[in-house]
Design a binder for this molecule. Structure first.
Ligand code: 26M
Length: 820
């Protein structure tokens, strides 16, 4: 597809390599003889960026001309990873670029990988936002992402004696080839101060301090590059110039300090996922990017329309979790205080425009702010929240709700007056509220949003998550992508359900052989990475069994490592497998993931994995039969190697606790079999791949809830399990801790006494399923038939499907396939 841009020379007439060389010399400022890998990476990036700009300007013009409904995705986090390969792929330039790089005598991988991951997120929520950006561009939704340009994304994880250590990650140090600074796009964000009301009751908020939000844009090209959306990230800077009086008084340092203070707001990503700490700076970050984004979208709106009456017909805003929930009172404030709408009308318009996605039911993850802190920073917003609560009370009474029930779901509890509850605020202020898998949405209705759901029975809807097949199949697994395209053409890339066409090949000997060859090559690539980063040599005939995600009790990495201990004990007791009557199936247990810095138990799990690895990997009785690997500093780029190279995907969360999961989808798409609980999107994966092709075990969500409710203790189960008893005594006798008997005391109390996350009652079923998988792996035809069927049947989990569904059911926004 060609775009004509006025005043721009047609870039398609110039060979790509020439453009790269021109950028190397004139943009990077180096010649070929002195250029390093990073310089080449920048030159190639700028060359592809040039081509993206054509479609970008074109898309902007088309959306404006057609007055297409716009969608704004507000997210505190975008977990993007590297962008060069993604952009080359979507622009159809990958092979040309690779050939050119090779023609210069350079290593292609080295040049393509000389880019820091953009890791402006914690985990699944941020990665989902990145997949959605790709899919909005691919499906032709006029979508814009809004977030924060953190100077430091998620910390870099290192290990010291097996314990996690955190270091700041300086991802912008070498520059960011993809961003365009927009110094003219700048908004004031106020904090604190006071509110006055004039005779007609019109409010004026005079903030005590303010900072500026400056825009940085990144173009986001969809598949085939014709539709290019924008990711706009805000950076904080001091409002106005440095105070000149202070400067002239000679107190230059004080003036500079002001600047540092203002810039603190976009300095660093908060690294907790699921466990927010109620910090003032975090609240300011939320206000900062939400207010800037609303001001920006309204400024754009006014270039087309002259009043905000029908805002919701032309604009849809999606709140990614409650982090931008301040949008509710902020939009009402703008409508009332700046545009003269009544409160009732402002609330109506807001409820036509905003939508909220919930990503977790964990009670400790529901954001709430101390009312006093909130009032101190946002006095006008607190007044508006009180108006919302008053209005809501009337609505609820009219629907016949009991006073006590209403108190529980208002934003601020009318008698306790302690917290501003952001989940309630987002729910009450939105038109639609969605969960991220069928089970999660059902549980939202039954648990945390039960009473709000009774009041607004049509508000909650489900939108099951998805993943982009460009990054998570085409780019990360070129071997498998090529094999598929050979068989069915390349229509699957933006129509993933076409993968079903390979299902009949699941038992085809030649196809199986080719599919296995791809998996072997990917396992070798993974083994090379492990060798390089840890020095551990892996046997590629082993089952590569992988659990990669944030470390959390509910995700149960500790159940996985306990299974490794049990397997170690079993092999020790019967090294040749003579007693059990079968040789052991070699297995490699791979872990990666970060723990929140203040989450002690998660850090202890990492230490335990490393302690077990040290014993198991160095035991001559074990040899290649079992290896345990913890790869430090998990990120998107590492996932792109781990996922295609794994045989088995661990999705073993306590049922009812993982809202969806998206790693589960990436593994299955790439032909790993899943061992998992009936949790999150695993439930729908079971429906799609079929029960013969996924390995489900353990308690169901209702059984978990029942055991938790009656505080069932694990002691009975342990008493009847020699296997568990041995593990528990090894953890207290120092077997894995150099004789130190205290190290795992908290662990033993957690799991042995309380076991809130039901590791003990699920353990035997987990063990049994693992042994069943050992047996299956020894029948390669049977294993790979299932693997191929997983790939063939995962098409529904494309984030293109998810985005079309949001566009049709929530945003009422057009896309390329609207009405077809
Ligand atoms: C909140 C306040 C302060 C600091 C951090 C936070 C915070 C950050 C991230 C809270 C939660 C965060 O993420 C939750 C999350 O990642 N949820 C995951 O969302 C995925 C996409 O929907 C799902 O697939 C996962 O199941 C769900 O755990």
């Amino acid at each position: 597809i060609k775009h004509k841009i006025d005043d721009a020379k047609d870039l398609h007439d110039e060979p790509f390599g020439d453009v790269v060389l021109r950028h190397l010399i004139y943009s990077v400022g180096k010649d070929k003889t002195h250029a390093e890998a990073r310089d080449w990476n920048v030159a190639v990036s700028l060359a592809v960026r040039d081509r993206m700009v054509e479609g970008w300007i074109d898309t902007t013009r088309h959306v404006y001309a057609r007055q297409q409904k716009r969608v704004y995705y507000l997210s505190m986090e975008f977990m993007i990873g590297r962008m060069l390969e993604d952009n080359l792929t979507n622009l159809g330039l990958l092979s040309e670029a690779k050939e050119f790089i090779a023609s210069q005598g350079l290593d292609v991988e080295t040049v393509l990988h000389a880019e820091q991951d953009a890791a402006l997120g914690n985990g699944g929520l941020g990665r989902l936002a990145a997949c959605f950006m790709d899919s909005m561009a691919t499906t032709g939704v006029a979508g814009m992402g809004y977030g924060i340009r953190y100077q430091h994304g998620i910390f870099r994880q290192t290990l010291e004696d097996g314990w996690q250590m955190e270091e700041p990650e300086d991802w912008l140090f070498e520059g960011n080839s993809w961003e365009f600074r927009r110094p003219e796009v700048v908004y004031e964000i106020g904090f604190g101060g006071h509110v006055t009301h004039d005779a007609d009751g019109k409010a004026t908020w005079t903030p005590a301090e303010s900072v500026q939000a400056v825009a940085f844009d990144m173009p986001i090209a969809g598949w085939e590059g014709d539709h290019v959306n924008t990711l706009r990230l805000w950076s904080a800077r001091q409002s106005g110039m440095m105070n000149l009086d202070t400067f002239n008084d000679g107190d230059f340092m004080a003036a500079a300090r002001q600047q540092v203070l203002a810039e603190t707001i976009s300095k660093v990503l908060y690294p907790g996922d699921h466990t927010p700490q109620g910090r003032e700076l975090r609240l300011k970050q939320e206000v900062f990017f939400t207010s800037a984004s609303l001001q920006d979208m309204l400024r754009r709106f006014f270039t087309n329309y002259d009043n905000l009456d029908n805002l919701g017909d032309h604009v849809a805003v999606q709140l990614n979790d409650t982090h931008p929930a301040i949008a509710v009172p902020e939009l009402i404030r703008i409508l009332m205080d700046l545009h003269g709408y009544t409160f009732e009308r402002a609330l109506e318009i807001t409820r036509e425009t905003l939508h909220y996605t919930n990503h977790t039911l964990l009670p400790e993850a529901l954001e709430k702010w101390p009312k006093d802190l909130f009032e101190h920073i946002l006095p006008r917003h607190l007044q508006i929240i009180n108006m919302i609560d008053g209005h809501f009370y009337q609505e609820a009474m009219a629907k016949g709700l009991d006073h006590h029930i209403i108190a529980g779901i208002q934003v601020i509890h009318p008698h306790q007056q302690d917290w501003v509850r952001m989940g309630n605020l987002a729910f009450i202020g939105s038109r639609k509220v969605n969960g991220v898998s069928a089970l999660h949405t059902e549980l939202m209705k039954q648990t945390v949003f039960h009473d709000l759901h009774t009041m607004y029975p049509d508000k909650i809807i489900n939108q099951t998550n998805g993943v982009t097949p460009r990054r998570w199949l085409l780019e990360c697994n070129p071997g498998l992508a090529g094999l598929i395209t050979e068989q069915i053409g390349d229509g699957w890339i933006d129509d993933l359900e076409q993968l079903q066409k390979i299902a009949p090949l699941a038992t085809d000997a030649a196809f199986q052989k080719a599919y296995r060859a791809v998996k072997s090559a990917n396992k070798q690539r993974l083994a090379d990475m492990v060798q390089e980063r840890t020095g551990i040599t892996l046997n590629t005939d082993a089952i590569f069994d992988t659990q990669i995600k944030r470390i959390h009790e509910y995700k149960r990495q500790h159940m996985n490592i306990m299974e490794a201990i049990a397997l170690y004990n079993a092999i020790k007791a019967d090294p040749e497998g003579t007693k059990r009557g079968a040789a052991w199936q070699p297995r490699v247990k791979i872990f990666a993931g970060k723990a929140a810095p203040s989450y002690f138990f998660a850090k202890l799990i990492i230490k335990l994995i490393n302690d077990v690895a040290a014993v198991v990997n160095n035991d001559p009785d074990i040899g290649d039969k079992l290896k345990v690997v913890f790869l430090p500093n998990y990120n998107v780029s590492m996932a792109e190697v781990l996922i295609p190279g794994s045989d088995l995907s661990e999705q073993i969360s306590t049922a009812g606790f993982e809202a969806s999961g998206t790693g589960n989808m990436k593994f299955a798409l790439n032909g790993a079999l899943t061992i998992g609980t009936l949790d999150g999107a695993n439930v729908e994966m079971l429906d799609h791949v079929g029960e013969d092709n996924i390995f489900i075990f353990g308690l169901k969500a209702d059984e978990v809830a029942e055991r938790q409710h009656r505080r069932a203790r694990p002691s009975e189960v342990i008493k009847n399990s020699p296997m568990l008893q041995q593990i528990m005594s090894q953890l207290s006798d120092g077997t894995f801790s150099d004789g130190e008997t205290e190290r795992y005391r908290d662990f033993l109390t957690n799991v042995g006494d309380h076991d809130y996350f039901q590791v003990i009652p699920d353990f035997q079923a987990y063990w049994d399923m693992q042994r069943q998988l050992d047996g299956l792996y020894q029948n390669a035809e049977a294993w790979f038939e299932k693997a191929i069927l997983n790939t063939a049947r995962m098409g529904w989990f494309s984030s293109d499907r998810t985005i079309r569904s949001y566009a049709d059911q929530i945003w009422r926004a057009p896309h390329k396939m609207s009405g077809t």
